[in-house]
Design a protein around this ligand. Structure first.
Ligand code: 5AD
Ligand code: SF4
Length: 442
């Protein structure tokens, strides 16, 4: 057996892809390893979304180089691959900047890995695969088999046609593409048979899903969710990440009609200022977003929202930033991610003249995060004393402890037997600790 170490950065789609790469390489004799020491192959599955994320890979490659040298001194060989979005964006540059790297493979080319490994063993041929091949990645990659926990990821859609002016995703993941519904349903059933009880449907723009079945019929995202909800073993369905523009009437109605669709929605808004939203090419106003939230809440009153925010986008004034704070106060979020704008090579906003000073970005991020944290805290506190249905996912750190999640995705620690894993049980929420809730079975 050879040892394969994969380190994953970035979003859940990368986590899904890493598991698929492991599945793909298993028949070649590669078994997963927890650490890179002594590995026969190391894959860094990278993220390019912000500069910090992209730079991480080079510091990691420095550490890998030392391990690779150790291995070759001992007479062995370590193959080093850079995969993911930085691989797609930088290609050949990675080979030039980090000679430790043997191959570079973009997110649409993972099915080429076995062929690349063979080429490199022969010491010949192309070491970069970073085009968007016509051949569909999902037709060639094995179906999800490894890493099936109680909650499993299932990629249903990839790529993005929205071209927000700050974002690298349309360039690193390519155009929007939806998998065929039959393929998704087969994978969902296989995951259920292997113990998955919750499916998290993934896509860069997941609610833009538009599948075509073998009869040439179009499937909306709402229809796909309904079909997955018909699988008995699947108890909970979630999806991420969504664009406000793609929340159509059917999908909003699904939040009211499909009980298995959990009342939690990650719906990034990025900013609360209309002029910033326009400069970002988000194609909606702050009030459009408010109205959308109101409509979704009407369909599913207990739904909780999360969002992504960018502060310090080029041209963002104090008044623009204040409008973001106002939107946060109006909507009330359960949990959010917020970032300082990071100029990304090749994206339109990088060329904008009015870049915001780093200290202004930091100060705004601080203010926004305090507000978001206080809302998150309020949402958590409101759960104390209530009974929540918990889907148990794993054992906890303490003995006799199991950990699960509320419908709103909050982790809850409970004293109970491991046999609860994979089941939903009512739990009385008793206390709020640093990062999670404590409760007792009722
Ligand atoms: N700078 C900062 N944050 C960004 N995001 C995407 N691109 C950038 C960028 N250039 C954030 C957005 C997106 C999340 C995944 O990352 O908020 O929703
Ligand atoms: Fe990072 Fe975006 Fe690529 Fe995910 S799709 S790894 S968030 S750049």
């Amino acid at each position: 057996m050879k040892k394969l170490f994969i380190k994953t950065y970035g979003c859940q789609m990368n986590a899904y892809d890493s598991a698929r790469m492991a599945d793909l390489l298993a028949p070649l004799g590669y078994a997963g390893a927890e650490t890179p020491e002594d590995a026969d192959m190391v894959i860094l599955n990278t993220c390019h979304i912000r500069e910090k994320a992209a730079e991480k890979v080079y510091s990691e490659l420095g550490r890998i180089r030392a391990l690779k040298d150790d291995k070759s001194r001992a007479g062995g060989r370590m193959l080093v691959a850079v995969a993911g979005c930085t691989a797609q964006a930088e290609g050949e540059e990675i080979l030039a900047r980090a000679p430790v790297v043997d191959m570079v493979v973009g997110p649409q080319s993972y099915h080429r890995l076995p062929e690349m490994i063979a080429r490199i063993a022969r010491g010949a041929g192309e070491r970069v695969e970073a085009d968007f091949p016509a051949l569909e990645k999902f037709d060639v990659l094995p179906q999800a088999v490894s890493d099936t926990g109680v909650s499993a990821f299932l990629t249903v859609q990839e790529g993005c046609d929205k071209f927000c002016t700050f974002c690298v995703v349309p360039y690193t993941r390519g155009p929007e593409h939806s998998r065929a519904p039959e393929q998704i349903l087969a994978e969902a059933r296989a995951l259920a048979a292997r113990g998955a009880r919750e499916l998290v449907l993934l896509g860069q723009n997941v609610n833009a899903y538009r599948g075509t079945d073998a009869h040439g019929k179009g499937w909306s995202f709402a229809r796909l969710i309904a079909a997955i909800a018909d699988i008995d073993e699947i108890l909970r369905i979630r999806y991420t990440t969504s664009h406000p523009r793609d929340m159509d009437d059917d999908l909003i109605a699904a939040h009211g009609d499909i009980e298995k669709l959990m009342p939690f929605l990650h719906l990034p808004v990025q900013s609360g200022s209309d002029s910033v939203l326009a400069a970002m090419n988000r194609q909606h106003s702050a009030d459009d977003y408010r109205r959308l939230i109101t409509r979704i809440r009407a369909a599913r009153p207990d739904i909780a929202f999360s969002s992504d925010f960018i502060v310090g986008f080029p041209g963002e004034s104090d008044a623009d930033f204040e409008a973001t704070l106002q939107l946060v106060r109006d909507v009330r979020f359960a949990q959010c991610f917020s970032f300082k704008y990071s100029a990304r090579p090749g994206t339109p906003a990088t060329a904008a003249k009015k870049q915001i000073a780093e200290n202004v970005k930091s100060a705004r991020l601080d203010v926004l995060q305090k507000l978001l944290l206080s809302q998150q805290d309020d949402a958590n506190r409101a759960l104390i004393g209530t009974t929540q249905n918990i889907l148990f996912e794993k054992t906890g750190r303490g003995p006799g402890q199991v950990v699960g999640r509320t419908p709103h995705l909050n982790p809850v620690h409970v004293e109970g037997p491991a046999s609860l894993i994979g089941r939903v049980r009512p739990v009385m929420i008793e206390a709020l600790t640093a990062n999670s809730l404590k409760g007792r079975l009722v």
